[in-house]
Design a protein. Structure first.
Length: 254
């Protein structure tokens, strides 16, 4: 299970650690009432080296930083990747522990507390059923809930990728292809999705720069019932030299 989880985590890290991809991911995942306040041309990443050792298991995902358009305040986005989850409580506890760790660091350094917006990137097999608000995991009357500590997260479920997402990401085929690969990661026989991704990469001219797409090709091999020979055939269908391309990928990753 850990090996499988690492395959997904490593893939997402490789993709979202590129600032252009992180910016566009926030663009398609954040609601308009947040987008209108932030400058997505200014992307940075938070150093989580201060996280306590006993919390390390909770922080395998990315913290992306942007600024508001008036440059007055930084906003931090905890991009939490999930391919499965044990319970609603586990999700909220994981987010809460990260928030606590960050704010404790701010408190110790006598600085303003950071604004942290949790973003969950989900591509699991089962339906996402985690409540939107932390207070909703408690079985209590509304009159009592209003006094409980509360926060929300933003969900990007790859199952919801639609024509609108395709259109928004038409100029970033790397990210679009990556999200589509995640969407079908547990459908091992979904060769049609592999064909679609290869065609998207071809149409965008990305096979001319194998370094940019080798992560995607490798992830497809790792998550699909497809051998190197079949992948070569699919690449050949686009009029490319699949054998040479695959050999380059194999030399670097396998």
């Amino acid at each position: 299970m850990d090996k499988i989880k690492n395959i997904h985590n490593n893939f997402i890290h490789n993709i979202l650690k590129q600032s252009e991809n992180a910016s566009d991911f926030l663009m398609v995942s954040l609601p308009d009432d947040i987008i209108k306040h932030i400058d997505l041309t200014k992307i940075d990443y938070d150093d989580t080296g201060y996280v306590l050792k006993n919390f390390k298991e909770y922080f395998s995902d990315l913290v992306v930083k942007t600024r508001t358009k008036d440059n007055e305040v930084d906003i931090y986005y905890l991009v939490e990747h999930k391919s499965c989850y044990k319970s609603s409580e586990a999700i909220f506890l994981q987010i809460l522990k990260y928030k606590y760790s960050m704010w404790e660091e701010d408190f110790k350094n006598e600085r303003d507390w950071r604004i942290i917006i949790p973003v969950v990137l989900y591509h699991g097999e089962k339906k996402w059923k985690v409540p939107e608000s932390f207070k909703d995991i408690f079985n209590a009357p509304i009159d009592i809930k209003k006094y409980l500590f509360d926060f929300k997260y933003i969900l990007f479920d790859t199952k919801d990728i639609d024509k609108n997402i395709y259109n928004k990401l038409k100029n970033n085929i790397i990210l679009l292809s990556s999200l589509l690969a995640l969407k079908s990661a547990f459908e091992k026989d979904d060769i049609e999705r592999v064909e679609e991704i290869i065609h998207l990469l071809y149409e965008a001219g990305l096979f001319d720069d194998i370094d940019r797409i080798e992560v995607i090709i490798t992830y497809l091999i790792q998550t699909k019932n497809i051998d190197e020979k079949k992948l070569v055939t699919l690449i050949d269908k686009e009029g490319l030299k699949g054998g040479e391309i695959m050999q380059t990928v194999v030399d670097k990753w396998v």
